[in-house]
Design a protein. Sequence first.
Length: 183
Amino acid sequence: MSDADDLDMDGGDAIDTGSSKKKRGLGALLPTVLKFAAIGIALIIVIVTVCWITIDLMMPSGESQTPLSGGISSPYKGTLETLDWFTGLGEIRTQILDNWSVSININLGYTKGDLEASGELSDRRLELRDFLRNYFAKKYIGDLQPDKEERLKMEIREILNDRYLNSGKIRNITFDTFDRMEL
């Protein structure tokens, strides 16, 4: 093609291959609206299909997500597990790092009816008392304030379960007495 053809230098009339009449109003808008509606419907179908396949993969047995009434109780109801308590440690007294003395009576809760935990706690009574005495002897009075007792209970429970108990596990700890005395 030459430059003359592009610029229409020969003075001839350009040939209009399309219709010179422009569509106006709803006639011009309707195909565009229908095209976007079809794309929207196709996207919705794809999203629903992907969600359905994902849910089927996550729960292949077909169980429903909402529990039936009378089924498993909700963990948010605030029901606590009933425990058996080992109270055989007695009172533990020790001096802590910053010239204070503490006197503690600790109860260890384990799963109700767990005979292995009960026997293991009884068998390791002296080791547990020694651990607790050493544990508190390495603390400062700031670490033993009432607002930090829950953290102390959690630390003690984790250490006892990891290091001292093989088969039985401690589920909860309570302090009957927790006296702090300045020397």
